[in-house]
Design a protein around this ligand. Structure first.
Ligand code: SF4
Length: 409
């Protein structure tokens, strides 16, 4: 079998006889005969052992506001060095990052875990985020990087589809501090089968429980896909399950869908439906429900007991205004589930976006790594469609937030 990347030992697998191996990293639990690849394509059996070939192959690297992941209750107002590799264990027809997740060729820049951690410190980030494509399938590289980050006082976050096994959650425990789990269509099983090639969405609930059990900060997003996955009764059922099993304080983001990849016949989710969805989720008992991907929607965090404004958000900037240093409402003293950054009294008010949609040289990337003679970065992007990008731009400008756009294509 030909391989293109760095061949690295894989974790979480076992031999199952006849030279075959089973990968236990995600719920697909692929069984691979010799010289075969798993569903995600980057893990393969060679000589009765499991290897991965996307270790350290970086396809995107960017300094993002943590709110963009989104994390609203984890280090609000901080920045996170965000990285990705290629491929995915899902095949969502509407994937916004399909350039990465559908990708079967390994074309990226080899960057060591130490280099990533050093760059995050140099850029003033409080965390490293493993995002844009599914971090589960580059877990070896993510955890080696997380370990380097920990040595430097950084936190680590996963933006994941939640399809990792509980064994995988156990493997990352202690290194990954926060996870945003991206649910689609309110975890409706038919929707997952038809639109995402996922045979059994229910197993994700076991992963959510494992994340809670591991003590990892958890936020949930629910992408409502027009016509196919926007049924509010499914949302109601899922929100109730979250309250009953994970607790009423899990931040819950109802996200707007935009047509992309193979799903272009459905319009963006209507704002009216999203606002209704927010009320449904709140009605089930969730304390912190946000509508995402809609400029102008109220993104603030309020005290669920007295209504005091706790965190004010505009675009992707956040300002902590009503919390004490130990995370209590400054009016009524209610303990709020939020991890504050060390200097939260000095909120970030500027945003820096880097965007490249081509395989081209990137001055921003070079400055991040502090060198000028690096090979060209293969892929560098802002995971928003152009329409959404323009929409966000207009919204942010109207609020006089400082923007520093860096176009490199
Ligand atoms: S991580 Fe990849 S190889 Fe492993 S079970 Fe999931 S899809 Fe299969």
């Amino acid at each position: 079998m030909e391989t293109a990347g760095i061949v690295h030992d894989a974790v979480l697998w076992k031999p199952v006889g006849g030279g075959r191996v089973e990968c236990d990293l995600c719920w697909r639990k692929c069984v691979m005969p010799e010289d075969e690849r798993g569903y995600c394509y980057v893990r393969f059996n060679r000589g009765g052992k499991l290897y991965t070939e996307n270790y350290g192959v970086v396809t995107a690297l960017n300094v993002d506001p943590i709110e963009k992941k989104p994390f609203y209750h984890f280090l609000p107002g901080s920045t996170s060095l965000s990285i990705s590799t290629v491929s995915c264990n899902f095949r969502c027809k509407f994937c916004q990052n399909w350039e990465l997740s559908y990708f079967k060729e390994l074309r990226g820049l080899e960057i060591s875990p130490e280099e990533i951690a050093n760059a995050a410190v140099r850029e003033g980030c409080e965390s490293v985020s493993y995002t844009y494509n599914e971090p589960t399938i580059f877990v070896e590289y993510a955890i080696d990087t997380a370990k380097e980050g920990k040595k430097r006082g950084l936190k680590n976050t996963f933006v994941t589809n939640g399809y990792m096994t509980p064994e995988a959650v156990d493997y990352v425990k202690g290194y990954v501090d926060a996870m945003t789990v991206g649910i689609k269509g309110s975890l409706n099983r038919d929707f997952y089968r038809k639109m995402m090639a996922v045979p059994d969405a229910d197993v994700i609930k076991q992963t959510l429980l494992a994340i809670k059990e591991a003590g990892i900060h958890l936020e949930i997003t629910d992408l409502l896909v027009t016509k196919y996955g926007d049924d509010l009764s499914s949302l109601s059922t899922f929100a109730r399950w979250v309250v009953e099993n994970l607790g009423e304080d899990v931040p819950f983001h109802v996200l707007r869908f935009f047509p992309d990849a193979q799903l272009r016949d459905a319009p963006p989710t209507s704002v009216a439906l999203l606002e209704k969805a927010r009320e449904v989720a709140k009605g089930e008992g969730l304390n912190y429900v946000y509508v995402g991907n809609v400029p102008g929607e109220d993104q603030n965090t309020y005290c669920p007991k007295c209504g005091n404004l706790l965190i004010r958000r505009e675009g992707f900037s956040a300002e902590v205004v009503g919390l004490t240093a130990d995370g209590r409402c400054s009016k009524c003293g209610t303990k709020i589930p939020v991890l504050l950054q060390r200097c939260h009294q000095h909120p970030r008010i500027s945003l820096s976006f880097a965007l490249s949609l081509s395989f081209s040289g990137l001055p921003r990337r070079q400055s991040v790594l502090g060198t000028t003679d690096l090979p060209l970065l293969s892929f560098f992007f802002l995971p928003l469609s152009f329409d959404r990008f323009v929409s966000f731009f207009s919204s942010l400008i109207s609020r006089s937030i400082t923007l520093n756009f860096l176009f490199t294509y």
